[in-house]
Design a protein around this ligand. Structure first.
Ligand code: F6P
Length: 556
């Protein structure tokens, strides 16, 4: 058998290695002066505008990146995903989160079976259940309507739903439909998170949704048992049936836990945890809070991008261009990080969600065939909404390390404010920064400019900005459920593109296992020490010392 080809062995990759040396001689200041270049680096689809002219790239670079895409068989890989092939080879699973938001009449096959009817069966069940809870026809053990929901879950069973919830919180239609209701998320196994979640809630009016793909995740199961106890202690054990429901692929374990299987909402092993927000994982808690019709709009927004990603040519394809240029930044410029900078507070949980989607997907050291990568894959994602970030880490981005940035702006604010006497609206003020920052990064400020401004010579080095720092600008028409769905799918597919180019498996996550199994060993030791006084054994000197200290001090 021929040995598997690494993307770095292809001519297209080698060509880009040479090309980057040329591009390094140019400055964004000059590239931005070429209006034709900038024109062709702005594309739009379904109201979403992407401007990638502030990337350190020429039209020739884009051409070479398309050749790289060809060498990586990008189009074939996208197609294989959409037709339900088992592209997650280490877990032998298809990757079909696109089916979660497909229209009712779509046909998406997995193992020769159309999965769309199953998806809609669960969506219909969610709609029916959430309407019963919201209308008060489903009541708790004491006959009271359930107006508050705690969603218990971690990782992909938490971050996506939290992102969408926090984005919808101030959206006018969503505010209306959520009136009088609360949605909270319990993720951390830290008992403080339990305390924070239950504070101010009455078990009589609370519904707990346990969200876990596997229904084995230690943190989620302990938190679920803790809330089961909270409900039982207040209302008696039989109340659990009325106050706890579940979302999982493992319905056997749901039943074993004591949740009525009729109150379980299924999803499937072809949905990766971090890609599961469009399954019952997100749709159930969000429908309980906002109503199914709002959540359906979110699914439609994601679906619109799914179709675009599948069918648009690469020249006009937003996720493909974002993904290819991210590879360009990471693998050819060697920039290790990416800042996600939404200019709207409503997207405050976008970066934490994308952190998981991106870093769990692409933080890999071997190719999909198990060959060690001779290059670094993945990037370090972090971010904050603007303008908050400007007063925090932007100093480093402007004058320290080069961090490619994603600027995300919204044309119409969810909550506009126009103050009499102010030169611009509050949203215009915010957006002034959204437009200014990418140029500040791209152009910088030269010594010559500073001299002209009579800056004292000793301050010139401190006030100089090298510029030439790349960024993307994404402009959304507004931030309603539909646009939130679009944004989510853009990131999901962009991250898939990066993984497809690097030739890795973006859909497994073996890297999270080692820590989990070591924690099991520690848990056993803590139990043995506390219950039988057994000494700490089998760990290295450092862990033995730390653990012994913890056990001794906490026993005092
Ligand atoms: O952190 C590892 C992980 O497996 C994630 O991929 C997943 O989203 C999370 O744990 C939660 O898993 P589950 O939904 O099975 O509880």
């Amino acid at each position: 058998m021929a040995s598997p080809t690494l993307i770095s062995d292809t001519d297209a990759w080698k060509d880009l290695k040479g090309h980057v040396a040329e591009i390094k001689k140019t400055h964004l200041r000059d590239l931005m002066g070429d209006v034709d270049r900038c024109k062709s680096m702005t594309i739009e689809f379904d109201g979403v505008l992407l401007d990638y002219s502030r990337q350190r790239a020429t039209l020739e670079t884009i051409d070479k990146l398309f050749k790289l895409a060809e060498a990586a068989h990008l189009k074939e890989k996208i197609n294989r995903m959409y037709i339900g092939e088992r592209i997650n080879s280490t877990e032998n699973r298809p990757v079909l989160h696109v089916a979660l938001r497909a229209s009712r009449d779509a046909v998406i096959q997995s193992d020769g079976k159309n999965v769309v009817p199953e998806v809609w069966k669960v969506l219909d069940k969610i709609q029916e259940f959430s309407e019963r809870v919201r209308s008060g026809s489903w009541v708790g053990a004491t006959g009271k309507a359930l107006k508050d929901v705690i969603a218990v879950g971690i990782g992909g069973s938490f971050l996506g739903p939290l992102f969408v919830h926090s984005a919808l919180q101030t959206e006018p239609e969503a505010i209306e439909s959520a009136r009088g209701r609360q949605l909270r998320f319990l993720a951390n196994v830290d008992p403080i998170d339990v305390a924070r979640n239950i504070t101010g809630l009455n078990p009589e009016t609370t519904l707990v949704v346990v969200v876990s793909k596997t229904f084995t995740t230690a943190e989620t199961m302990l938190n679920a048992r803790t809330l089961r106890e909270w409900i039982s202690a207040a209302l008696g054990p039989s109340a659990v049936a009325k106050h706890m429901v579940a979302v999982s692929t493992n319905l056997t374990l749901v039943e074993k836990f004591g949740i009525d299987p009729n109150n379980a909402f299924a999803f499937w092993d072809w949905v990766g945890g971090r890609y599961s927000v469009c399954s019952a994982v997100g749709v159930l808690p969000l429908s309980l809070q906002y109503g199914f019709s709002v959540v359906e709009k979110f699914l439609k927004g994601a679906s619109s991008i799914d179709q675009h990603f599948y069918s648009a040519t690469f020249e006009k394809n937003i996720p493909v261009l974002l993904g290819l240029l991210s590879v360009w930044n990471v693998s050819f410029f060697g920039y290790p990080a990416r800042a996600i900078l939404p200019y709207t507070q409503a997207l405050e949980k976008l970066a934490p969600h994308i952190q998981q989607v991106s870093m769990e997907s692409n933080g890999k050291g071997v190719s999909i065939d198990g060959v060690p990568l001779p290059f670094e894959a993945g990037e370090i994602d972090f971010g904050e909404p603007g303008t908050n970030g400007q007063h925090s880490f932007y100093q480093l981005i402007h004058q320290g390390r080069v961090i490619p940035c994603d600027f995300i702006g919204v044309v119409r604010s969810q909550q506009p404010v126009y103050l009499k006497g102010e030169p611009v609206s509050n949203h215009d003020e915010l957006m002034s920064n959204f437009f200014a920052q990418p140029d500040a990064l791209a152009y910088g400020k030269t010594e010559e400019q500073l001299r002209k401004e009579n800056v004292p010579p000793n301050l010139i080095p401190h006030k100089t900005f090298s510029g030439n720092r790349p960024s993307f600008s994404l402009l959304l028409p507004s931030l309603n459920a539909y646009n939130i769905g679009q944004l989510l799918a853009i990131y999901e597919h962009r991250i898939a593109v990066e993984g497809f180019i690097w030739g890795i498996n973006s859909f497994d996550q073996w890297g999270v296992e080692l820590g989990k199994s070591l924690a099991t060993q520690v848990r056993k030791q803590i139990n043995a020490s506390r219950s039988k006084g057994e000494p700490v054994e089998g760990f290295n000197f450092s862990t033995t010392t730390l653990l012994s200290r913890y056990l001794e001090a906490s026993a005092e």
